[in-house]
Design a protein around this ligand. Structure first.
Ligand SMILES: Nc1ccn([C@H]2C[C@H](O)[C@@H](COP(=O)(O)O)O2)c(=O)n1
Ligand SMILES: [Zn+2]
Length: 156
């Protein structure tokens, strides 16, 4: 009888790869972000990626960055983390203390949303905005609210 496989991927890699797969659904030409929320029992609670509200026809909205907010994609895109919270179909209590795996460190708006939803931990892949004012505000919100965050790497 052969022994069981022992070289399986970690839970961190599993959930981050789910987030990475979600990011592949993003139509943002510049930055694709995916998020996966998992509970302490390693169950996937929700998944999301950055995109416009499903009721919008995303052919009729900008995907560029522009000075004019009306012409700037950021005005219309829902962030991956927010979509993961919005896509969640369970009861809010089950989000309490859950972990969000996200391919890019949350912006300060998402930090507030994640905290308010009861997320207890952020596991992130990239942090390309590290050191920016927005990033410092995010970390201040997460630190103050006791939400821990840690970076992971995933082999190519
Ligand atoms: N944690 C984040 C950060 C950004 N996003 C989304 C919002 C935009 O679609 C895109 C950023 O575009 P860029 O300014 O890099 O051209 O990424 C997100 O969903 N979650
Ligand atoms: Zn955000």
């Amino acid at each position: 009888m052969p022994g069981k496989r022992t070289d399986v991927i970690s839970w961190d890699e599993f959930f981050m790869r789910v987030a990475m797969a979600a990011a592949m659904r993003s139509k943002d030409p510049n930055t694709q972000v995916g998020a996966c929320i998992a509970d302490a029992n390693h169950r996937i609670l929700s998944v999301g990626y950055n995109g416009t509200p499903s009721a919008l026809n995303d052919d009729e909205f900008p995907w560029e960055t522009a000075d004019d907010p009306l012409l700037d994609k950021h005005s219309y895109v829902i962030h991956a983390e927010a979509n993961a919270i919005l896509n969640y179909r369970g009861s809010n209590k089950d989000l309490q203390g859950a972990t969000v795996y996200v391919t890019l460190f949350p912006c300060h708006e998402c930090a507030k949303t994640l905290v308010q939803a009861g997320i207890g931990e952020v596991v992130y892949l990239g942090d390309k905005y590290e050191g920016t004012q927005d990033n410092l505000i995010s970390k201040r919100i997460l630190d103050t609210c006791g939400v821990t965050y840690r970076q992971v790497t995933v082999a190519d």
